[in-house]
Design a binder for this molecule. Structure first.
Ligand SMILES: C[C@H](O)[C@@H](O)[C@@H](O)[C@H](O)C(=O)O
Ligand SMILES: [Mg+2]
Length: 408
């Protein structure tokens, strides 16, 4: 391998005004502008190879993540890729345990999101240097024919965001059924009567045999979660996602225990800040579905540890995706899980949200409700330069236009 010295890191604040149409809305995030802190690593390689990385965040929070990435950048610039990957564990610890930065984590919150964006770019660079898509770099073995032929099963969250009307829900759900989707997630948690109406509507539309999941985005207390979900049990959801505070391990365990007789599992992970939290959730039997996220924890490194722990506890991994770029990235990890770890599709699926893929150089390919394994080298993080420029906050043309409208 050439040395590939990293000579520059740039990070940009890229936001999409999704809140204008209530895309992505839920019980806690009523006006999310889907955003990324977008990192590009430049190298001195002959081919001027670059690594692209990102982390997903929402609206104004992006500027804090960008700031954290800048603060970490000195730990990366000047290093060679060879140096990094020959002691990746050491490099991971350098980023996550820097003596002057770890106080603001450690390994959680903004600093961890920033670590994820940088490490995602390093993984992307490495996979590009090897000329392979990341999942192949990880499995580095003969391909499983089923994945190539059929892809990895996906579920959709795009039909039933909390801010969507019943009419929108009906239309999107009917379209999705026609496209072959069989697994659907509905946002719940703001108003019980609304939830009953929406779940009943979607259950009627999808029929008794398709799969339904519900997601409360941390809206309830523990007892409230149990009572509320019990009232939705008649719609037979497979799981309740993020029923309560994402840090409340024992609370999740109580909810899991109470809902088990109803055949409803607990899913969580999109805001689970590190592998130690996942370990506790698994040890306490506090979740029945592990929702890894490509941008919340310390990139591929930490997700591999979580995938292996989930296998040890025999709990299926069903990644969180959507946002900006989360589907693009996490598909690599779930392919690795299937090919090298779980070798099972039982109760397993990967989230898919039909938004913002057009801004990526190698957007996800979905066929018949399955993720088709990506073939382009890298970790699928690279965004279209035009999209980045247009959405860069606050000077990109999209944001300038919105500001103008606000003034009129
Ligand atoms: C603010 C976001 O859209 C969340 O609602 C979203 O990540 C969600 O929890 C999901 O499971 O996709
Ligand atoms: Mg969720």
């Amino acid at each position: 391998m050439q040395e590939n010295k990293i000579i520059k890191l740039t990070v940009r604040d890229v936001r999409f005004p999704t809140s204008l149409e209530q895309h992505g809305s839920d019980a806690m995030h009523t006006d999310p502008d889907y955003s990324v802190a977008y990192v590009v690593l430049e190298t001195d390689s002959d081919a001027a190879l670059k690594g692209y990385g990102l982390t997903f965040t929402v609206g104004r929070g992006t500027e804090i993540v960008v700031c954290a990435v800048k603060a970490l950048s000195t730990l990366v610039v000047g290093k060679t890729l060879k140096e990094i990957v020959s002691d990746f564990r050491g490099f991971y610890r350098l980023l996550s345990s820097d003596g002057q930065m770890r106080w603001v984590g450690p390994e959680k919150g903004v600093i961890q999101l920033a670590t994820a964006a940088i490490l995602n770019a390093v993984w992307d660079l490495w996979a590009r240097v090897e000329g392979k898509p990341l999942w192949k770099l990880l499995v580095d073995m003969h391909l499983k024919q089923t994945m190539l032929k059929e892809g990895y099963p996906a579920y959709t969250t795009s039909c039933a965001w909390l801010g969507y009307t019943d009419q929108q829900l009906t239309q999107l759900c009917s379209e999705a059924l026609a496209q072959g989707w069989t697994k659907f997630k509905v946002k719940v948690g703001a108003d019980l009567q609304d939830d009953i109406r929406r779940c009943s509507l979607i259950r009627k539309l999808i029929g008794p045999n398709n799969t339904l999941m519900i997601d409360a985005n941390q809206r309830w207390d523990v007892n409230e979660a149990i009572t509320w979900v019990t009232k939705l049990a008649e719609f037979h959801p497979l799981w309740i996602e993020e029923p309560t505070c994402p840090d409340d391990v024992l609370g999740h365990a109580s909810i899991s225990k109470a809902l088990a007789p109803l055949g409803i599992g607990v899913a969580t992970g999109e805001q689970c800040h590190n592998r130690v939290m996942f370990k506790q959730f698994l040890q306490a039997a506090a979740l029945q579905f592990v929702q890894i996220d490509s941008c919340r924890v310390g990139s591929v490194n930490e997700n591999l540890a979580i995938i292996l722990m989930a296998a040890k506890f025999n709990v299926p991994v069903c990644p969180h995706a959507g946002g900006v770029g989360l589907c693009e990235l996490v598909q690599h990890l779930i392919l690795f899980d299937y090919i090298s770890v779980s070798a099972s599709l039982n109760n397993r699926m990967c989230e898919y949200v039909d938004h913002l893929h057009e801004h990526f150089e190698s957007p996800t390919i979905i066929r018949n409700a399955h993720y088709i394994p990506p073939k382009d080298p890298g970790y699928s993080c690279e965004m279209l330069e035009e999209s980045v420029q247009k959405h860069q906050y606050p000077d990109g043309e999209v944001w300038r236009a919105i500001e103008q409208q606000g003034k009129q």
